[in-house]
Write a protein that binds this ligand. Structure first.
Ligand code: ADP
Ligand code: MG
Length: 345
């Protein structure tokens, strides 16, 4: 066996750096949907449409009616470590936007064909930039807002493409991600279609009753029938949302949605606190269903713990754990002493 030649140390070129970084940000089509919808939310959109073809392997297109970008900003949007959301360490410590790393679009452009079309409210027409293929921004047709079209994911990277599952499976992940985002902001209308067929359509929900109906659209009629409201405050924190009584539990943990300051999160401490509140009510193998929203001072939570921003770190994790546990336990206790039929929304 021939020995591989020892290579001298050299700096990687930008494209390769992006492809390596993309491994952390773009795991599968659902990760692209997440990053694009987050950008639309950060742009202040209140209407977001997601169009998918072949489980996202062929195409993922997200269109919003947010503030858009001027033509000169388009090349920057695709540049690595370029962001309009923070400009200092202090900004990072109190970041309220979903994005801040400035690498999502650049990562996508390095592993797929990406085109960006955007128009601000003041502009007379939209502008379009196709990543890599052409360096120049050209005029395009479009209403105010932004549309990002991502095609042929990993087509030129067979080693990554190999790890993707069948389109139907990838679409399931996309739908789960979409549901999680759609429940993060009730004031935004969301649509999802797959292969030209509408899959989910959620109108803006501006009243509490509409919000509950929308949660039921996502979590199912059975969840709705068992959902009890949570609304507690303590120590500068607030927890709202719904938890299902143990009468509605699942074999899988697929109806658990948690948010910190409207950011979808997966957090062991948070999950554990909820689980603990159910401990005497639910068999070990069963999973509770819930949609819970924690609000607290942004400085009390570090959102920069994970490249996909799915994990957070709480400064006072003990305090958060106790608060979530007590709030959920109290809601479940109240539900036990109230017959289902007489429960208000
Ligand atoms: P980040 O969201 O972390 O800033 P991205 O790579 O996702 O990084 O986006 C880079 C920049 O492009 C954003 O900071 C924003 O200024 C701009 N941008 C991206 N998507 C949109 C959008 N849908 N509407 C308006 N601006 C956008
Ligand atoms: Mg982003």
């Amino acid at each position: 066996i021939p020995q591989e030649a020892i290579m001298p140390i050299q700096l990687l070129d930008d494209r390769l750096i992006s492809q390596i970084a993309a491994g952390e940000v773009v795991e599968r089509p659902a990760s692209i949907v997440k990053e694009l919808v987050e950008n639309s939310l950060d742009a202040g959109a209140d209407r977001i449409e997601v169009v998918i073809e072949e489980g996202g392997l062929r195409r993922i297109c997200v269109t919003d009616n947010g503030h858009g970008m001027t033509p000169d900003q388009l090349p920057l949007a695709l540049a690595r470590h370029a962001t309009s959301k923070i400009d200092s360490l202090a900004g990072l410590e109190r970041v309220a936007s979903l994005g801040f790393r400035g690498e999502a679009l650049a990562s996508m452009a390095s592993v797929a064909e990406l085109s960006l079309t955007s128009r601000t409210a003041e502009a007379e027409h939209a502008s379009c930039l196709v990543a890599q293929r052409e360096a120049s921004v050209r005029p395009a047709v479009g209403t105010p807002g932004t549309s990002v079209d991502v095609r042929e994911l990993f087509a030129r990277i067979p080693a990554r493409r190999k790890f993707l599952r069948a389109p139907a499976t990838e679409f399931k992940h996309i739908r789960q991600t979409f549901h999680q985002l759609a429940l993060s902001r009730f004031d935004v209308a969301f649509r999802l279609s797959h292969g030209g067929v509408e899959s989910v359509a959620l109108a803006q929900a501006l009243s509490p009753a509409q919000a509950k109906r929308r949660a039921a659209d996502v979590l199912g009629a059975e969840f709705d029938a068992h959902a009890v409201p949570v609304d507690e405050r303590a120590a500068g924190m607030r927890l709202t949302g719904w938890v299902a009584t143990p009468g509605f539990s699942r074999g899988q943990a697929d109806r658990q949605f948690s948010y910190v300051n409207h950011r979808p999160i997966r957090d062991k401490i948070f999950n554990h606190a909820v689980r603990l509140a159910y401990r005497d009510l639910l068999h070990n193998q069963r999973h509770p269903a819930y949609a819970l929203y924690l609000e607290l001072d942004p400085r009390q939570v570090d959102v920069n713990a994970h490249p996909a921003k799915a994990e957070v770190r709480f400064r006072e994790s003990r305090l958060v754990h106790d608060f979530v546990f007590r709030s959920v336990a109290r809601a479940l206790e109240a539900a036990e002493s109230t017959p289902t039929e007489s429960r208000a929304i």
